[in-house]
Design a protein around this ligand. Structure first.
Ligand code: IFM
Length: 437
């Protein structure tokens, strides 16, 4: 592996609902994922995040794993319903106490805390008032950001407002496979706009409380056009606008692109200035490219997704395409030029069916190959001039993978859920050697 620039941030990521468990402990309120996971048929193995990795009670053990890994940063998310159990009102001290302990433990272990404020676990009470379809949720989010930064703003080293607002809009509100399970197709656009409005208001709230840098984590998927007709080209452009530009063009001061479903009536005077509040870092989550061609006649969508041949595949059946990460980073650089802030890859990783052997060891050579390839792609992008300053593996631990429940393992550390025993995989040792170097 070639050398990375001095100061490059080596990290791992997790999110609250996927690892914490303890969903009713210390006054945490219910979130939309508690509700959704209980609805029959929503989660493939019928599980919930009630226990997950029990990180809430085992955070000291997990911090020791981070210290052993030698990473310089840990990206976790804060559960809004721990800080404001009903999504409004004063900060709930017991909820914030947990993150206070976590942050202090990380700092004592020499690991920079990187906190995401919203990784999809909206307080249920806000959902009942319309959730992200309701413009008021953006103001509630800024209030929550303010309360959280008032407590942790002196120690968190990087703040990330939202995680993957595109996924929360499309899976949560477009096709309903994620919480809150709404099926609005392109009528879900208000969810995009109100999340971005909440982001912009939260950036201002954070700036008033902390001198640490502020970011957002968007996920991107470079489009591979399949077919060469004008209709294929139009389909590829429509998908690119929706997935790769809808949540980035307005953040970087360009206003919204011409994307399917965009409803100007939702955008109030002055909103675009709020959305474009300067950020210090753009978080980039990347898993795979997407094959797109023109839709069949009568399709409700202006594009059709097609599987991409010629790549190895993960247990999720996602193509392993490190070239897509290089392409994406170069594309962001070409597209936004000087307006592009430094980029950190805030998620990159893969699911495999990792099973301990007779000696209890977990060997995951595919994950090592995956990370090796993606890090080389990042290095090539840096060499080509893209300002990439960090890389976070998704994920530290095997965890609760949303609608896939416990069936997909993304961790550098294997978790045996019945016993909660943590076993570092061979990829953990590989990444540790690299991060230390
Ligand atoms: O587990 C998720 C994470 O919560 C958001 N980004 C993608 C990961 C893998 O699906």
């Amino acid at each position: 592996m070639p050398d990375f620039p001095t100061g490059f941030r080596w990290g791992v990521s997790t999110s609250a609902y996927q690892i914490e468990g303890a969903t009713t402990v210390d006054g945490r309120g219910p979130s939309i994922w508690d509700t959704f996971a209980r609805e029959p048929g929503r989660i493939v193995d019928g599980s919930t995040g009630d226990e997950a990795c029990d990180h809430y009670h085992r955070h000291a053990e997990d911090t020791a794993l981070l210290a052993g890994l030698g990473v310089s940063a840990y990206r976790f998310s804060i559960a809004w319903p721990r800080v404001q159990p009903t999504g409004a009102g004063p900060a709930h001290t017991a909820g914030l106490d947990f993150y206070d302990r976590l942050v202090d433990g990380l700092l004592a272990a020499g690991v920079d805390p990187v906190a995401t404020l919203f990784h999809w676990d909206l307080p249920q009470a806000l959902e009942e008032a319309g959730g992200w379809l309701n413009r008021d949720t953006a103001a509630r989010f800024a209030e929550y950001a303010d309360l959280t930064a008032a407590r942790l703003g002196d120690r968190v080293k990087l703040w990330i407002t939202l995680n993957e607002p595109f996924i929360h809009m499309s899976l949560g509100h477009g096709i309903g496979t994620h919480a809150p399970g709404r099926m609005l197709l392109f009528d879900a656009f208000p969810v995009a706009h109100h999340q971005l409005l909440g982001h912009g208001l939260a950036v201002d709230a954070l700036r008033a409380r902390t001198a640490s840098p502020v970011a957002i984590a968007n996920n991107y998927s470079p489009v591979r056009q399949v077919g060469d007709t004008d209709a294929d080209r139009a389909a590829a452009q429509a998908y690119d606008a929706l997935h790769n530009r809808l949540f980035t063009d307005p953040l970087l001061g360009r206003g919204y692109p011409d994307a399917p479903g965009l409803d100007p009536a939702v955008i109030h005077d002055g909103d675009l200035d709020v959305l474009a509040a300067p950020i210090d870092v753009l978080g980039v989550n990347y898993y795979n490219p997407t094959g797109i061609r023109a839709p069949e006649e009568g399709s409700p969508l202006p594009f059709e997704m097609v599987p991409l041949d010629g790549y190895p595949r993960t247990a999720f059946d996602w193509p392993v395409a490190p070239d897509g990460l290089r392409e994406l980073l170069l594309q962001l650089h070409d597209r936004y030029g000087d307006a592009l802030p430094p980029v950190q890859v805030t998620e990159s990783g893969c699911a495999y069916d990792d099973v301990p052997d007779a000696q209890g060891r977990v060997d995951d050579p595919e994950r090592i190959a995956y990370l090796d390839g993606h890090l080389r792609a990042v290095h090539e992008a840096i060499t080509a001039g893209v300002p990439v300053t960090g890389y976070f593996v998704w994920s530290l631990l095997d965890n609760w993978e949303w609608a896939e429940g416990f069936t997909k393992r993304f961790g550098l550390v294997h978790v045996d859920y019945p016993t909660q025993r943590r076993t570092p995989k061979s990829s953990y040792a590989w990444f540790r050697d690299l991060a230390r170097r």
